[in-house]
Design a protein around this ligand. Structure first.
Ligand SMILES: Cc1cc2nc3c(=O)[nH]c(=O)nc-3n(C[C@H](O)[C@H](O)[C@H](O)COP(=O)(O)O)c2cc1C
Length: 268
């Protein structure tokens, strides 16, 4: 089983050490290959905002750096740890940069069947904001977000005190991730998961002329077929939980139909 950590501290400090410790806990459980990717030690350049990845495909991104290699690592993993220090009440710039560079994944989600763990290290505050963001983007990209590790560690090489003592759940979270990767139970699809699927389908099903790359991606996977109930078949999809999301998507669809009726793709 393979676990990759995407670690977004600009130096080898507290976040680096916390990720190393999680790696040790995971490998001690056996049958785990752990890879720690420190983004600061890779070449990841900021998005230029050209929107080529969204409209024409990520293979045409004009930036030549390690983005594709990192994406390949994520694609080859069973579990991914997204780890960040809290910077200015949020994830670090490095974490935001890699999320922006992979932002087409919000339109074309792909990590179903993989588990995500959030890890954040703060000096005092901001864990909720940073971890909330990791939870949001990993879920939108298809991961099952299973747990998170929160740390309050004073900045290195300073006289700042430790503001909070808390129990380290690293062994518990490692065990949970290990168990899930081994047993791979069908995903429990929540009302929110249904809502994401049906609302996105209402949008991308209507964007054949406006966003053909996204539309083709959805179509090729059978996600636009009326009988398809969720992104992956390895899921427990309760029909009752899908009633409200289907209704919301239907209302959205009608409103989109009205809005799109008189519009032309701007490139035409
Ligand atoms: C640019 C910057 C911004 C920071 N912003 C916050 C913050 O908003 N709230 C906070 O409690 N700590 C903040 N910190 C402190 C770090 O979260 C804390 O020192 C953490 O342990 C750093 O982990 P690291 O060693 O991996 O860099 C900030 C640190 C830096 C360098």
């Amino acid at each position: 089983m393979k676990v990759v950590a995407i670690q977004a501290s600009p130096h080898r400090g507290n976040t680096y050490d916390r990720v190393e410790r999680l790696g040790e806990a995971l490998t001690a459980l056996g049958d785990v290959e752990f890879e720690h990717i420190a983004l600061a030690e890779r070449d990841i350049q900021p998005c230029r905002g050209c929107f080529v990845c969204f409209m024409r495909g990520e293979g045409l991104c004009p930036i030549q750096d390690d983005r594709a290699a990192i994406e390949e690592k994520i694609a080859g993993a069973d579990g991914v740890v997204f780890a960040t220090p809290v910077h200015s009440m949020h994830v670090s710039t490095l974490m935001k940069t890699i999320v922006d560079r992979l932002a087409y994944t919000f339109h074309r989600p792909r990590y179903f069947g993989k588990y995500a763990v959030g890890l954040a290290v703060t000096g005092g505050v901001g864990l909720k904001e940073a971890l909330g963001y990791i939870r949001m983007f990993s879920g939108a990209w298809g991961f099952e977000y299973i747990d998170e590790l929160k740390y309050t560690d004073p900045p290195r090489n300073t006289t700042m005190p430790r503001f909070m003592e808390s129990t380290d759940r690293v062994d518990e979270v490692a065990k949970k991730l290990h168990g899930l990767m081994r047993s791979r139970p069908p995903r429990r699809v929540s009302v929110n998961d249904h809502l994401t699927f049906h609302a996105m389908r209402a949008v991308y099903g209507r964007l054949e002329r406006f966003s053909p790359t996204d539309h083709a991606y959805w179509s090729e996977r059978g996600w636009l077929e009326p009988r398809t109930r969720y992104f992956t078949q390895h899921a427990r999809v309760g029909f009752l939980k899908s009633i409200y999301p289907r209704l919301v998507a239907w209302i959205m669809g009608r409103s989109l139909d009205r809005g799109l009726a008189n519009q032309k793709p701007s490139e035409e």
